[in-house]
Design a protein around this ligand. Structure first.
Ligand code: GAL
Length: 690
């Protein structure tokens, strides 16, 4: 059996805490101070070596390990464990000079220059050889080092270089297609190449979907995304195999990017890891950034098949890559960190330990900022480190969502290809609106793939699931037939895995389950708004739907010109098998989705994790050791929440009431967990429609 995250937290005696450590940026004298201050801050794990390639291998054929040797020993002496990275995310300048063809090429044919990071083509044999040789030596050198606790493969696979359009990639794409389709006829069929006279007669005629005169073939584009994700996955597998061979007792992870990253299929990479990790950065311009955080944490847990996971990077304050890099407010880092903990993280790490003096990220915050140890940030970091020690019993417990939110990279890719009915309809916006409605009800969700085992969920929501393969459609249909409650967002179930429209009327994959057909999709102009019967305004998207057995729960009041008649279905409900299929024939905001989601949850017997005032998030972790209720106050007032238990850390609980200060978080060890989210019951009581 492979080692797991539990092995790491057992070794650390609780929650992992620390960040990326880049000692190569600092003179040697600083290292001892770093180790001492890490201890003071409560750091027990650091990620080392992510960008060390040019130090380890300053010239071809020369390897110098003294820096890593010394820092590994130093950290070990200070009781700090190491998450040792394969330094393959930043090939050094000598490499690109020696192998200019290994640099990635854009869709318009520009070969990118050295001078940043991830300057390599994912399919380059020269890169693969150089990376594997380095990883093999790193693995055997440190396999038995006492500081080594976790392997960190690469860094954010595909963040900057996932899509390369060079000739090497073209050859690898053809090989991938041959392997997948076997015959050219099958490719022609999948891509619909009879359209615009694109039929291929030889494999060599197929290129990557480079810039061309007009719209590119959507099947080709979609497969190019799959191929590109797979090319990096192959690299990930190769590095992982080398690490496992040298040190089978050490768990392997890689930092995935959740919804920040469209380019690689997160589930595929997560399946190759012993421990799942994600990075999360708050979008500063988004007033609901904390909801984006919760969504990503639930996705990380979904990728980890419900097990605890690691937050590999977040920031102590501002980042440096958004249009305006807003500093975090006092208490915000603690609130963000404890929200990740609430949603199943067993480790909370930052980018990075010491703020850089030079280079592209010197304006990115760190645990130890330019202002030094007397700063607000360092004091908060140190206080958080101490608090996490008092919360260590939470590590290893689980969060169990009652509701599944389906999330799919393939549908994201397909929905946003060229020549769609509306460029305004963005995949993540749809996911976020549904998720936000559930979040506001304090319903804990697992964010999982459409092919996941759904049998334990009381309800399933499917936003933006434009692409739905026949197999995944079967999964959803069986779920409803057997008594599940499924809600499908507009423009869902439309195309198959190749972006070909499912035959017959829309939504071909789910017509029968939902008991309706879509007569026509009616995207709205940017300024248009139509109304529903309850006064809700709808922007972006409406549909003219006809019932084939469903009943209208909410109708349109005034459709777009030529659109649905007054009373025409906007929200529908259909009894199917032993379950129910809901559909929204309009792009509804989180506000508008709230009553829909409430009705879905009532009927499915979903209850919130706790009853709290608006703006107060409640999530429960449960395990052999106990049940822990996290209350996270996003409002500007102190709130009281009825609880049954004792507060951990310095939480204030008086006569069964937890007082949560503005922006604060309280963790309660519960005496008896109530039957809310996180404590799935075996039979769903039938509720009443709101
Ligand atoms: C991540 C990356 C880190 C650092 C960080 C800054 O995407 O893994 O190396 O660049 O962003 O926010």
């Amino acid at each position: 059996m492979n080692p797991s995250l539990a092995d790491l937290t057992r070794r650390l005696g609780g929650i992992a805490y620390g960040g990326d450590y880049n000692p190569e940026q600092w003179p040697r004298e600083t290292w001892a101070e770093d180790a001492r201050l890490m201890r003071r801050a409560g750091v027990n794990l650091v990620t080392l070596g992510v960008f060390s390639w040019s130090r380890i291998q300053p010239r071809p054929g020369v390897r110098t390990w003294d820096l890593l040797d010394e820092v590994m020993d130093l950290l070990h002496r200070h009781g700090i464990a190491v998450d040792l990275a394969t330094p393959t995310a930043a090939p050094p300048p000598w490499f690109t000079r020696m192998h200019p063809d290994a640099r990635p090429v854009t869709a318009s044919g520009t070969r990118l220059a050295q001078g940043s990071r991830q300057v390599f083509c994912p399919s380059s044999p020269a890169y693969a050889r150089a990376a594997d040789a380095l990883v093999a030596e790193l693995a055997s050198r440190y396999a038995d080092h006492p500081a080594l606790a976790l392997w960190h493969v690469h860094n954010e696979w595909g963040n900057h270089n996932a899509l390369c359009y060079c000739d090497t990639s073209a050859g690898a794409f053809r090989a991938w297609l041959r392997d997948r389709y076997k015959t050219l006829d099958a490719v022609n069929e999948a891509w619909g190449t009879d359209f615009w006279s694109q039929r291929y007669g030889e494999w060599e005629e197929i290129d990557p979907p480079r810039d061309t005169t007009a719209f590119r073939n959507p099947g080709q584009e979609l497969d190019y995304r799959r191929f590109s994700s797979d090319a990096l996955l192959e690299r990930h597998r190769a590095e992982t195999a080398l690490l496992r061979r040298a040190a089978p007792h050490i768990p392997v992870t890689t930092n995935l990017m959740g919804t920040l990253e469209k380019k690689v299929d997160g589930y595929a990479f997560a399946a190759e890891c012993d421990a799942v990790s994600i990075d999360h950065y708050l979008p500063a311009a988004d007033p609901g950034g904390h909801i984006d955080l919760a969504l990503n944490a639930d996705l990380a847990r979904g990728m980890a098949a419900g097990r605890p996971w690691l937050l590999m990077e977040h920031s102590t304050s501002a980042v440096n890559w958004q249009p305006v890099n807003v500093a975090k407010r006092p208490g915000e880092t603690r609130r963000n960190s404890l929200t990740h903990l609430a949603r199943g993280a067993d480790g909370l790490m930052f980018f990075q330990w010491r703020q850089s003096r030079a280079g592209a990220e010197k304006w990115h915050s760190a645990m130890l900022p330019h202002a030094g140890t007397d700063s607000r940030v360092f004091k908060e970091v140190t206080a958080l480190g101490a608090e996490l020690r008092s919360l260590r019993e939470v590590a290893g417990t689980h969060v169990a969502g009652d509701v599944a939110v389906l999330f799919d990279w393939h549908s994201w890719w397909a929905l946003e290809l060229q020549a769609r009915p509306s460029g305004e309809f963005r995949y993540l916006d749809a996911v976020r609106d549904w998720y936000e409605a559930l979040w506001r009800l304090n319903v804990t969700c697992d964010v999982v793939a459409p092919g996941a085992d759904l049998t334990s969920y009381r309800a399933v929501v499917a936003p933006g699931l434009y692409l739905l393969s026949g197999q995944d459609a079967g999964n959803l249909t069986r779920y409803v037939e057997r008594g599940g409650h499924l809600a499908v967002g507009c423009f869902g179930g439309v195309v198959d895995a190749y972006d070909r429209v499912h035959p017959g009327a829309h939504p071909g994959a789910l017509r029968e389950t939902l008991g309706l057909v879509v007569d026509e999709y009616l995207p709205l102009r940017p300024d248009d708004e139509v109304r529903l019967e309850d006064g809700t305004g709808v922007r972006q998207w409406a549909e003219r739907v006809e019932s084939r057995g469903c009943r209208t729960v909410l109708g349109f009041a005034d459709g777009p010109e030529g659109g649905p008649a007054r009373g025409g279905p906007a929200v529908t409900r259909h009894d199917f098998g032993q379950g129910v299929g809901w559909y929204t024939a309009a792009r509804l905001s989180a506000d508008a989705l709230l009553p829909v989601v409430r009705a879905l949850c009532d009927e499915a017997g979903v209850t919130p994790a706790a009853s709290t005032p608006p703006g107060v998030e409640a999530v429960r972790r449960v395990g052999g050791k106990g049940s822990y209720l996290f209350l996270i106050n996003h409002t500007e007032d102190t709130v009281s929440v009825a609880v049954d238990g004792v507060g951990l850390a310095d939480a204030e609980i008086l006569e069964g009431e937890a007082r949560v200060p503005p922006g604060g978080v309280v963790v309660v060890r519960e005496s008896t967990p109530p039957g809310g989210c996180g404590t799935r019951r075996s039979s769903a009581p039938r509720g009443v429609l709101a």
